[in-house]
Design a binder for this molecule. Structure first.
Ligand code: NOJ
Length: 578
């Protein structure tokens, strides 16, 4: 029988309790960078906190909550776009890159927010959306107005007298067609995303210079990094050749990393990143490891960090297998073990909620499974990106009717399925599980009617479970999901091995437990995560001798010899004797 040991884990305290690793990191090691050590908290500003009662979050709301953000132990914030926008795609359709969206506040608010972050040692990463702009941007208005307008070549136009251009797939178009006919100049323009998001022409050096100037504007203000939205699609073969039938099922193969994309990134690096010491992260990492490496290989001087989607693509409405999950994260880690740097994340504003997709959002298991997933994200090699609300275990809202959705992707996808006579029930089921609106419901600050998010009518409903899942109720509860998150960020900051240590999978063949070690020259940790809702046994390999429990999402570690009896979703990190 297993003997139950308390968290104090007396028998294992041979070496004594340590709050942090003895320094294994040489501060002057040139491979050590703040952005590798960063813990990034992603804020969807529309949904974080509203201070003026219009039902939409704003910068003043973020300012009000800076102490909360600091209390999470995160060291950087990535803000989704806050620029002027008609909001066809919630800010990913920018009409003025140097102005703040009215709903969000003013440039003065921005300056105060940035100063407040820096005072708290929190860095700011801005979203840069330059694969496309809004059709309400002045560039597009000019470009559209006549064929000989100086801005015409800022976008991709196809004169209709040449016939219809070869089919291009659009992610957000209600017909899936990326070419839109515009009678004003008898031409088609290209939009990989929604019709109001025309693609910029990166072949035009003037466009590139405009973008670098915009980035410099924000860098001069003191922002610390840029996330390049959809940038892997920015370069195109502008002869627009025919792609094979059905290419849209695998469109990244045809859209990503085309033409001179790497050249543009090198130019951006020389013009902006190198001059301002800002970090840069791609959205997407190309078609394969070669692309991903080429994006972030230090010697090439393009970007710092890749943000690959394989990890968020694992979860499906009917579940996922842990074997697959381990395989994906292990494969990516080993490809980047020697060179390059990755982002680690399981959720963002384009996904539904962490616990609803990867954990178990039932009442019984929501808390332990969220803690387990946060343990994973914060103990892997690569920079962790934690999405607002996941520190509390916020769950999917799960709308039933299309009228409840706000997201253009969901709404236009619905129209497309309807017009093509597709399986609408299957589509609605898919949305309920995976829609982006699930991940965009307002932050749950307290149990009040609107969860403390707004005094007005929230732009998207607050999840009813705000009564039990909210900051106020979790703040002082030592066992809350929130306080577990805080303990994990503290641990990551105190143990550089969690940042720089080599990753090695342990007991690959265990179908319920994901275990791995993180190792540097003089430190070794063992992470053990029970991904199942059942109690599970795990045998710690003989060559790994635990000396201390550093964190546990339950209050007991049950162990006899090397045999661990894990509770459902139990997550433990041991320090291992070196
Ligand atoms: C990727 C962003 O993450 C997503 O939210 C947006 O809709 C598209 N790019 C288009 O900008």
């Amino acid at each position: 029988m297993f003997r139950i040991l308390s968290i104090a884990f007396a028998l294992l305290l041979i070496i004594g309790c340590k709050n942090s690793e003895e320094s294994t990191v040489t501060p002057s090691d040139p491979s050590h960078k703040w952005w590798k050590e960063a813990i990034i908290y992603q804020i969807y500003p529309r949904s974080f906190k509203d201070t003026d009662g219009d039902g939409v979050g704003d910068l003043k709301g973020i300012i009000e909550e800076l102490d909360y953000i600091q209390s999470l132990g995160v060291t950087a914030v990535w803000l989704n776009p806050i620029y002027s926008s008609p909001n066809d795609d919630n800010g990913y359709d920018v009409s003025d890159y140097r102005a703040i969206m009215e709903d969000f506040g003013t440039m003065e608010d921005f300056d105060i927010m940035l100063k407040g972050m820096h005072e708290r040692n929190i860095k700011l990463v801005m979203d840069v959306v330059v694969n496309h702009s809004s059709d309400e941007h002045e560039w597009f208005k000019q470009s559209r107005s006549s064929r000989d307008n100086p801005y015409r070549d800022y976008y991709h136009w196809w004169p209709a007298e040449k016939g219809k251009p070869n089919y291009r797939y659009s992610l957000f178009d209600e017909k899936g067609d990326a070419w839109r006919y515009d009678s004003l100049t008898n031409s088609y323009y290209l939009h990989y995303f929604a019709v109001k998001q025309p693609d910029l022409n990166w072949e035009n050096p003037k466009v590139r210079q405009e973008v670098y100037d915009i980035m410099k504007f924000w860098a001069e203000k003191g922002v610390d990094g840029f996330r390049l939205d959809a940038f892997q699609f920015a370069a195109k073969d502008t002869t627009f050749p025919k792609f094979p039938d059905g290419f849209e099922k695998n469109f990244t193969e045809y859209y990503a990393m085309q033409g001179d994309l790497h050249q543009y990134l090198k130019e951006m690096n020389a013009e902006v990143f190198s001059k301002y010491n800002v970090m840069s992260v791609s959205e997407g990492a190309g078609r394969n490891f070669v692309d991903a490496h080429n994006l972030v290989d230090e010697d090439r001087k393009e970007l710092d960090m890749a943000y690959a989607f394989d990890g968020v693509d694992i979860a499906k409405p009917n579940g996922y297998s842990l074997d697959h999950f381990k395989e994906v994260f292990t494969r990516w880690d080993s490809a980047f073990a020697k060179k390059g740097w990755l982002s680690i994340f399981l959720s963002n504003h384009d996904q539904s909620r962490l616990v609803s997709r990867y954990g178990n959002d039932s009442e019984a298991f929501r808390a332990p499974s969220t803690k387990m997933l946060n343990t994973f994200i914060l103990s892997m090699r690569g920079t962790p990106y934690c999405y607002y609300g996941d520190e509390l275990g916020m769950t999917n809202i799960g709308f039933d009717s299309i009228s409840q959705y706000q997201d253009i992707a969901a709404i236009n996808g619905y129209k497309k399925v309807m017009s093509q006579g597709g399986d609408i029930d299957a589509y609605m089921k898919g949305l309920k599980f995976g829609s982006r609106d699930n991940g965009r419901t307002p932050m749950q600050w307290d149990a009040s009617e609107n969860g403390g998010f707004t005094e007005g009518i929230p732009w998207l409903p607050v999840n009813d479970n705000k009564t039990v899942i909210n900051v106020q109720s979790q703040h002082d509860d030592p066992n809350s999901v929130l306080n577990h998150f805080r303990k994990m960020t503290t641990l990551r900051k105190n143990f550089p091995v969690l940042v720089y240590g080599a990753y090695e999978l342990v007991q690959k063949e265990h179908h319920k437990v994901y275990a791995y070690t993180r190792t540097t020259a003089n430190s070794k940790l063992l992470v053990i995560l029970n991904f199942s809702e059942t109690p599970t046994e795990f045998v710690i390999p003989k060559d790994l001798s635990p000396v201390e429990v550093l964190i546990d999402n339950y209050d007991q570690v049950a162990m006899e010899g090397n045999n661990l009896a894990l509770q459902p979703y139990q997550a433990i990190i041991f320090e291992i004797q070196k």
